[in-house]
Design a protein around this ligand. Structure first.
Ligand SMILES: Cc1cc2nc3c(=O)[nH]c(=O)nc-3n(C[C@H](O)[C@H](O)[C@H](O)COP(=O)(O)O)c2cc1C
Length: 468
């Protein structure tokens, strides 16, 4: 697998999934515009080599923003299906832990430059303000490392951080995140919480940080399980924490106990700006970075964006496990953008009402991050294909009998929720009813002829200049 961001980029390049941009760009608005464009056309990852006002640093854009690259991040061929990706994720869960290993400072590229005091300056790195109404530049692809003040458990999580000035950021973590446990304990002890933030690592460490894994697990040891090789760590300079030895950039400091402040707005995953949140402040005591560092950016906002490809597979795996008892005939689960708002459950349904039970279970599932919609489909529908799902809704569903409407739920991130966050969940039973009722007594469902898949491949090849 890949031991750092540079090996990951080299692999993407060898697979035709990466382009280097040599012409000069401006951090604003170009970084946001390029990211948006490549997400929209499902383009390759890009590295901007020449950014106006930055002598040394480079900007990586959209490295994980496609299904192909999501597959490769798990060590699979780029054509691997989502089902295969879920399997790879589950195998990594079984391999956990692959213990990380501590290396000496001299063997840690992240120590090539060590900046303290006045030398600490976030504005030396191309941290973009990706969307017009973001409150400022935001760090989005963060690996925030903290330690439980009582047990010593190390947690790594991805939390958005708004740059406030050269050595301070706001940090937003929701109350149920593991870092919040560490912070609350530190606060009770009257001590600031030490934190290090790694930016620009191989994709497995980021994946481990950005999605939910069991409480008490160490994300570095899970990153190791994902790549099947230990992650190399090194001691930070000014805080008592380990950091990835090959990270491009590492910020070190403390989450202070001084007054919290309002951060945001920020373009969030539903495609709307979040409001402002009262958040603590991270004060940076040191920055270490590699020579010619690469700042790895991730676009948030209107779907589909990189976070969708990052979070879907682990989400599906967790929901599958949760539903496996209640709904044994579920054959596949998918999410359509924006991530967990739209859950699609495919099943080999055997009795009337079974699909409806699966809808209710999915809408209630803990692992499911509180989805807004759950759509049940039959086995002949590819749940990852929005066109097929819409076809099923249009042809196998009647609004007066096949909808499940659950008012009185809560999701503050839903832009259409009421002011207090209350919202209504929706289930759509888009399955052929069992046993067939008169309205479903069609002569049959039209299916592709044998050989269609092979023809698709040939036509796609021909579109790229090959022979038909
Ligand atoms: C791109 C991206 C950005 C995220 N930003 C935040 C954030 O700003 N605040 C937050 O609480 N969770 C955020 N998350 C979700 C957490 O990173 C995720 O739930 C992770 O499991 C948290 O780790 P923890 O459970 O160990 O605290 C984000 C996830 C992704 C993929």
């Amino acid at each position: 697998m890949y031991s750092d961001l540079r090996e990951w980029i080299a692999h993407l390049e060898s697979e035709g999934e990466f382009l280097s941009l040599k012409e000069e760009i401006k951090l604003e608005p170009d970084a946001g515009a390029i990211s948006r464009a490549l997400c929209d056309v499902r383009g390759p990852g890009i590295i901007a080599e020449n950014i106006h006002g930055f002598k040394d640093a480079r900007l990586a854009i959209g490295l994980g923003a496609s299904w192909q690259r999501a597959a490769m991040a798990l060590g699979l061929p780029k054509k691997a299906t989502q089902k295969e990706q879920v399997k790879a994720w589950e195998q990594a869960l079984e391999r956990y832990p692959v213990k990380s290993k501590l290396v000496a400072k001299k063997d840690a590229p992240c120590k090539q430059n060590i900046l303290r005091g006045e030398g600490v300056n976030l504005f030396n790195f191309p941290i973009p303000r990706a969307h017009l109404q973001d409150a400022g530049p935001y760090l989005t692809k963060t690996e925030c490392i903290t330690k439980d003040p009582d047990s010593g458990w190390i947690n790594v999580g991805t939390y958005r951080m708004q740059v406030l000035d050269r050595n301070r950021t706001a940090i937003l973590f929701l109350a149920y995140r593991h870092i919040a446990e560490h912070y609350i304990k530190a606060r009770r002890n009257g001590k600031p919480l030490e934190m290090a933030v790694a930016i620009g690592t191989d994709p497995t460490v980021f994946l481990a940080a950005a999605v939910k894994i069991p409480r008490g697990w160490n994300e570095f040891d899970f990153g190791g399980a994902l790549r099947n090789e230990p992650v190399e760590l090194v001691k930070a300079e000014t805080v008592d924490l380990p950091v990835p030895a090959t990270a491009e950039i590492v910020l070190e400091g403390t989450i202070t106990l001084k007054a919290d402040l309002l951060e945001g707005p920020f373009a969030e995953f539903p495609g709307s700006y979040s409001g402002c949140f009262l958040t603590p402040v991270f004060e940076i005591s040191a920055i270490t970075h590699r020579d010619h560092p690469i700042y790895d950016m991730l676009l948030c906002g209107r779907p589909p964006v990189e976070g969708y490809y990052t979070t879907c597979i682990p989400g599906v795996s967790a929901l599958q496990r949760e539903l496996s008892h209640a709904c044994p005939n579920v054959t596949q689960i998918a999410y359509l953008p924006p991530y967990y708002f739209n859950c699609v459950i495919q099943g080999k349904w055997t009795y009337r009402g079974e699909a409806r039970n699966a809808i209710l279970a999915a809408l209630a599932a803990e692992s499911n991050n509180n989805p807004k919609m759950a759509i049940a489909v039959d086995e002949d529908i590819d749940p990852w294909n929005a066109h097929e799902v819409m076809w099923a809704i249009a042809t196998r569903c009647q609004a007066n009998t096949d909808l499940v409407i659950l008012p009185g739920s809560y999701n503050r991130m839903d832009p259409s929720a009421e002011v207090n966050g209350s919202m209504c969940k929706l289930g759509i039973d888009a399955t052929k009813t069992i046993p067939s009722s008169p309205r479903h007594s069609v002569a049959g469902w039209v299916m592709p002829r044998e050989g269609t898949e092979a023809w698709k491949e040939r036509i796609l090849r021909a579109m790229k200049g090959g022979k038909l």
